[in-house]
Every structure is written in structure tokens, then in C-alpha cells.
Design a binder for this molecule. Sequence first.
Ligand code: FE2
Length: 423
Amino acid sequence: MDLILRNANVWKYKGLTDIGIENGKFKKIKKEISEKGEEEIDLKGKLVTPPLVEIHVHMDAVLTVGEPRFNMTGTLLEGIEIWSERKKKLTREDVKERVIEAVKWQLANGVTRIRTHVDVCDPSFTALKAILEVKKEFDGLVEIQTVAFPQEGIYSYPDGDELVRKAMEEGADVVGGIPHYEWTREDGVRDVIFAVELGKELNKLIDLHIDETDDEHSRFVEVLAAETIKNKYFGKVTASHTTAMHSYNNAYAFKLLGWIKRARLNMVTNPLDNSILQGRFDTYPKRRGHTRVKEMDSMGINVCIADDSIMDPWYPLGVGDPLQAAFVFVHYGQMSGYNEMMSLFDMITENPAKTFGCGDKYGIKEGNPADLVVYNAPTEIDALRTVAPRLYVVKDGKIVVESKPTERTIYIDGKKESVEFIK
Ligand code: FE2
């Protein structure tokens, strides 16, 4: 065998396991592989999961924080103002340089699939064309999906509908929308109908920014669920952000959850951005701006966690790591129950893989492409607690990321000790 990883704590497997890889595929996964590998690594009980999937990020804006100025209020509105200034200076080279850097960060964190929304309210499609070039450059290493995202509206921006259609012709993979941002409720409904019809016509996936507001009257997810059901487009449609669901009355929310399940919508929550952007018009108490993750997860709805931003006008921090977003969501979504913490790993791996359309070739099992991530932590909880660095990322059987654990030494009464933050 080409590579054998020994003594791995493989996510969802019981006990330490050896992983044998040959010709880019998982050849054998069992307690003890007797044959020798060309290369062998003893993982000494470290956690191994399938690769992470970044299912919602805005790569066109990454690494622009502070350009032309920092967001002083930290609000969505000031972020939009700053972005509209920065956007005027976008060039192909500028976008490519930033996106390539951010993709490398994501890969180093174990992300091998990225769905990026790209603002297409730009008749020249500067950002889209640049990101499509980056997509080609990373082919075979990181798979990038682009969403034709009408940041300024399909009906509130001149020829917004035509721009989304043209962006799809240009090579975007997924149809986007932003109904809550349209000028009127009626235009918001048209926005959803347009996106579902276009997605169906082109046989493409659909992913809308939807109800990303604290306004409890923003109720476009119900339209999206209804249109998905009417068009029988089950499983191909994603609702991103949906923060207004936090503010709905329970009677309405539970009715809506039933429609979401029936439509098999994929749901994406973005704890990094929405924890700082929502509740800004509240005095006290201040609302949490996240969707109803626990309830949806317990109903079997496919829920995903994503980053949304990496150092942009809306969110100044971030390193392109879905595990970091999951860590934040432990606190923000009160997901600290044991099973809840374990379910967060589903929300950054298998669930977004399903949303992405990976099919059954995703996951650690014999015969599948040998893609995996090794964490510098023995368990899921330790990985989450320490937002553990990724020691290795393996893609198609090849090690594509390797990192060295940090060594920390403390001196007590002149005696040297090392500290690892592991019990
Ligand atoms: Fe977003």
C-alpha cells in the first residue's frame, strides 16, 4: 500500500484504526493492517475526519479589511458602505491574489471544497471571471463552486435578473438571490420565484441569502420552501443565513420548519458574521441572530455551519476555518451538550458535503477517494475546544498539508515542562 496511517481515531469509528491507502483510494480501514506501507505514519490516537467543506463564504471580499478604511461601528450598514467604495477598485489581479491566498489558508485548515458567493451586480463580472480562473488553478486540489449572487438585488438593481442569468452563462455554478433586500415584499417573492425557475431551467443548484435580518416579518423562506415543493426540486435548494427565524413567534416558526423539512432545503448558519451583525437595532435584551439550528437538526433537516467572511468589511477576523465557526457556535447557539458538540462535526463535514452535491464518494470508507484531515487532538471535543491545528490533509491519497505541532515549554523552579492543553 502507498500510505498507511496507523492508530487513528477515525470519526464515527470505534477504537483506534489503521487506514491503508492505495492508488488514491481508501484500500483498507481496519483495526490492524498486517502488511507494510511504502510510507507509514503513526498518528498515536489523533482524530481523523473527512475533509471540511466551506459551504458559504464571500471570496470576492476576502482580505480587504481596512481597505479603504476600517468599519468603526461594526455594523452591516457601514460594511456595505465600505464595500461599495472598495468594490470600485476591484481588478482581476487584485481579486485573484486575495482569493488564492485565502484558498491556501482554507486548504491548510482541511477545506477541500468551497462554495463562494460572488457579487454579480457588476456588468463586467470582474470578480466572477477572476474567481473562475482561480477555480481552474486549484482543480484537483480544492473544488470551488461559485454562486451568482445579486448582492444589490435582482429587482432593486438595474437588470439584476439579466445579470444573474448572464453570470450563469459565464460559468457560475449555483443560482443565488437576496429576497429580503429587495425594495418590496412583492419583489422579494419575485426574487425567489426567479431563482428557483432559473435553477430548474438550467438544472443547477440554488442557494439564496434569505431572511438575513432581525425583522420577524421577513418571511421568504416559506416562499422558497413552497416554490421548491411545487417545482419538485427537492434537495437542490439551500437557504443561507435565515436569521429572522430567530425572531419569529414559535407557532409560525414550527409551521415553517415543517415546510423546510418537506422541501428538503439545506440550511446554512453563519455564526461568525451573524453573531456580530445581528441585534444591532436592539437595546436590551439583544437578540442572537442565528437560525433555529437545534430544532432543525433534531428534525433531520440538513444544517450546515459556514464562515461567510475572512477579514472583510463585515467581519474583520477569521482564518478560513469552519472548525472555528463551529467553536463560536457552541457558545452562541448553546450547543454545549455532548451530542450537540458531536453534531457540529456533521455540520462542517457531511452535511455541507451533501449541500455541495458530493454524492456517496465523500467520506472515509473503503473504495472512496482517500481524502481526510488529521487534527492535533485525540477527540472531537478536544479538537473543538482547542480549535486544533490540522497536522495533515490528505487529498486523493497524497499529503497536501503537513504541519508541526507547537511546542510550549514552561519553567517552574528552573525545571522544564511541556504544555499541550490536552488532559
Ligand atoms: Fe453570506
